[in-house]
Design a protein around this ligand. Structure first.
Ligand SMILES: [Zn+2]
Length: 398
């Protein structure tokens, strides 16, 4: 792993690496962007670059090298590692090796959801009195602390910020820079005020990252003490390129499909459950084709009958509805001459045939019908019956 593995937002990443390389990194950085746009990944990469044992940051921070017992390794230690982005070659661009002890330990925090899950589970196992006083943190390296919203309220709480205050003023011992990553901007009021106190006088060896989907959620006084960088949406082509590297098990058609379904978010694309999606879509297609009078009813009943009551059926039903809406939208794109917006590109031929068989009014009625199905579900109507009724109402009357 290195910065070259970060796809999209090249200029923003370049700028951050430059600031770091020059030793002018701001004490607090707001990384804004949609879910899955790479805010956390980038913050963790920067934390690695700040503490990497093999790629030392040039200039301003050079003096601090003496703090380490270990000698400064050159790139040759990496033994054939790609060093194209290394600080030594490009002059001012900070980078990290990805395999030294610090890089490896920091990268253990990469799967945020899993690490948070573990922390929450550990708290669940505590005695009742300790449980109340324990806050959720993710820490896989002594100098890098990740502060996620604390359940069940899913807010950053004042005790979490207090913990940061207790520890931020101690010099780093196993790295060059202490890094604090707040993964959400949902702060309780008192927590936000405490954070402000740190931002008023941050120690020179600490960096605070605030990740947010909406910077407006942060206090103006916090925003004014931090530098904001926004990660823009990725193009499907950028996502496809990255998927080609990270998901070699998907073929080109599957990668194109996921890139379009993931709404420009790399994180979402990588974790996309393609198998479940394709299974739900197969059933959605049976429904729509039946409704167009183009499929056998026995097939329809076989499909709708599988939507049984219970939690599992509920999840399956949600997937089905989401897929149906996506397919109807694709049909609408085809009918209105904006075929380039179609997301289910791997079944384009099939969709085109359906778009010809259905007129605009039919698609609109189908979308309304789905709204009806959703309302029925809230009233606990049987799922299979709701779906049969949805199809029947759309069938051509001859
Ligand atoms: Zn390293």
């Amino acid at each position: 792993m290195s910065f070259s593995d970060f796809i999209g937002n090249t200029e923003t990443v370049q700028r951050l690496r430059e600031m770091l390389g020059l030793g002018h990194f701001p004490p607090a950085v707001i990384l804004a962007g949609a879910d899955g746009s790479g805010k956390y990944t980038l913050a963790l990469m920067l934390a690695q670059a700040m503490n990497c044992l093999e790629r030392q940051i040039p200039k301003a921070q050079k003096d601090e090298q003496s703090l380490f017992g270990a000698p400064l390794f050159g790139d040759e230690v990496g033994g054939g590692e790609d060093s194209s982005g290394g600080a030594s070659e490009s002059g001012e661009l900070a980078d990290f090796c990805g395999h030294c002890a610090n890089c490896r330990r920091i990268s253990l925090a990469a799967d945020l959801e899993a690490r948070c899950g573990e922390a929450v589970e550990a708290r669940e196992n505590l005695r009742e009195t300790d449980k109340k006083e324990t806050r959720i943190f993710v820490q896989t390296h002594p100098e890098v602390l990740v502060i996620p919203p604390d359940p069940p309220q899913m807010m950053i709480k004042v005790d979490q910020v207090r913990h940061v205050i207790q520890n931020i003023y101690f010099r780093p011992a196993e790295g060059r820079e202490k890094v604090y990553i707040f993964t959400s901007s949902a702060f309780m009021k008192e927590a936000a005020n405490s954070l402000l106190k740190i931002l008023e006088e941050p120690p020179e060896f600490a960096t605070i990252f605030l990740l947010t989907t909406n910077p407006g959620e942060l206090l103006p006084t916090i925003r004014s003490r931090a530098m904001t960088f926004t990660l823009g949406a990725l193009t499907p082509a950028e996502i496809e390129k990255q998927l080609a590297k990270l998901r070699p098990d998907w073929d080109a058609r599957q990668r194109a499909l996921v890139a379009r379904l993931s709404e420009a978010a790399m994180g979402r694309a990588l974790s996309w459950d393609l198998e479940a999606y394709v299974a739900a879509r197969a059933q959605a297609l049976v429904l729509l084709k039946s409704a167009l009078g183009k499929a056998d009813h026995s097939e329809l009943f076989k499909a709708t009958e599988s939507f049984r009551p219970g939690a599992e059926g509920r999840k399956k039903m949600d997937e089905l509805l989401r897929t149906l809406y996506l397919l109807l939208e694709d049909l609408m794109f085809l009918q209105s001459g904006t075929g380039q917006l179609v997301r289910n590109t791997d079944i384009l031929g099939e969709l085109k045939k359906m778009a010809e068989a259905a007129d605009f009014g039919w698609v609109r009625r189908a979308a309304e019908g789905l709204g009806e199905v959703e309302r029925g579900l809230r009233r606990n109507l049987l799922r299979s019956l709701s779906l049969d009724a949805f199809v029947a109402a759309l069938e051509p009357t001859m």
